[in-house]
Design a protein. Structure first.
Length: 396
């Protein structure tokens, strides 16, 4: 995700007044900008290779440019919709819900839904004023975003562990009370870090310009756990993909699979694993670390990295919907069967009850009154003696 464009950043540059062109010029001037996080001030040092009068010019511009804001919002909205569709596609299937891996996937989906929702709401509480005191609503959003991002990371790690046990450690994959232990690690453990941040920073733990935890506090309560989680996921990713690629290659040799089809299967396995583990977060980690650096914020490389992060991470919900709902054989077969039954019942209700021809009705007399009834079996006019005689003759 990218920073919000309501946050206005200043681009500071040293200039001197060039009388030959009657305008300001930065030729021969070197600008050094140092931002002091604790005092929240920016120190600017100008170095010039000529003796002249110079000054610092400030250009105001939004931090998010080149369509980053719009791309983030569109992709996040698509992801949120796809995550909700994933829940709607999987929850009715009770057979899938019995598997621990499916429950872990759903918990990851829920964590993503909450984190995306909080991020989309964050812009409403960001302060554009030069105020160091965050509002209560901004502090609440910062706490929730801090918590749900760590929950998202925790469930990605749990997803990596379950995949590792299924692919690599094939034997002894049973874990007693697995979902209880996973839920404690996925929902309870991440709560510890935002609480530490609130105790540490008090009412100042959130930055009113971002509605997120301040950096000095975040180094311990957010960036540190994030770095450990992403590193662990990358280590497990290589182990899982190595086994998955080897399995696809073995299957290709046994079934005469073409080389192109084999490579496609290997690529699909790698994309599936990386999608659920959120490996693109390693890019976002470094972007978060450098977000207040004015020298790097507007560099071309930093813009390219931000775009890469947006394209890889923002559509994560879409990737999960494709791999876990559309390409999942169990989910597809369930809904194909359900739609078939639904259409069958609908066609029967439209046609109505089947009409019985008049010729098939039987008229009988009961107490000298004629009554018409539907025969329940084939009408036989022979008597019991006739049937016995026919049976004896056949035996003879």
């Amino acid at each position: 995700y990218t920073k919000r464009k309501t946050l206005v950043k200043s681009n500071l540059r040293c200039h001197f007044y060039d009388e030959s062109i009657m305008d300001w010029s930065d030729k021969g001037c070197i600008t050094t900008v140092v931002y002091n996080e604790e005092e929240r001030v920016t120190d600017v040092t100008c170095t010039s290779d000529h003796l002249t009068s110079f000054t610092v010019l400030m250009t105001l511009s939004s931090e998010s440019n080149n369509g980053e804001e719009e791309a983030s919002l569109i992709l996040l909205a698509i992801s949120l919709l796809c995550l909700l569709l994933t829940l709607a596609a999987v929850l009715p299937n009770k057979k899938i819900l019995k598997m621990v891996s499916s429950k872990v996937n759903l918990m990851l989906v829920v964590a993503l839904i909450f984190s995306i929702t909080c991020f989309l709401l964050m812009d409403s509480f960001v302060s554009a004023e030069d105020d160091d005191q965050p509002s209560i609503s901004c502090s609440v959003i910062a706490f929730l975003l801090h918590y749900f991002w760590l929950c998202q990371l925790s469930w990605m790690m749990i997803e990596a562990v379950t995949m590792y046990r299924a692919f690599v450690n094939v034997f002894d994959t049973h874990v007693s009370r697995a979902m209880l232990k996973y839920s404690l690690a996925g929902w309870v453990l991440p709560l510890v870090f935002p609480i530490i941040a609130v105790i540490w920073g008090g009412s100042q733990f959130a930055d009113p310009k971002t509605c997120f935890v301040r950096k000095p506090i975040g180094y311990v309560t957010f960036y540190g756990p994030m770095a450990l989680g992403v590193t662990a996921n990358w280590a497990l990713f290589f182990s899982i993909v190595r086994v998955a690629v080897k399995a696809v290659k073995t299957k290709a040799e046994q079934t005469d699979m073409s080389d192109l089809r084999m490579r496609t299967g290997q690529l699909r396995s790698a994309l599936l694993v990386s999608t659920f583990l959120g490996l693109g977060w390693i890019v976002g980690f470094f972007l978060l670390m450098r977000q207040n650096d004015d020298n790097n914020n507007y560099s071309q490389i930093n813009i390219i990295v931000r775009w890469f992060f947006i394209i890889v991470n923002a559509p994560q919900g879409l990737f999960i919907f494709i791999f876990y709902a559309l390409l999942n054989e169990h989910v597809r077969s369930y809904w194909i069967t359900w739609i078939g039954r639904f259409l069958s019942r609908k066609s029967k209700s439209v046609k109505g009850p089947k009409k019985i021809p008049r010729s098939n009705l039987v008229t009988v007399k009961v107490d000298d009154q004629e009554m018409t009834s539907i025969p329940t079996a084939r009408t036989d006019t022979t008597t019991c003696d006739d049937r016995i005689e026919r049976y004896v003759n056949r035996e003879g």
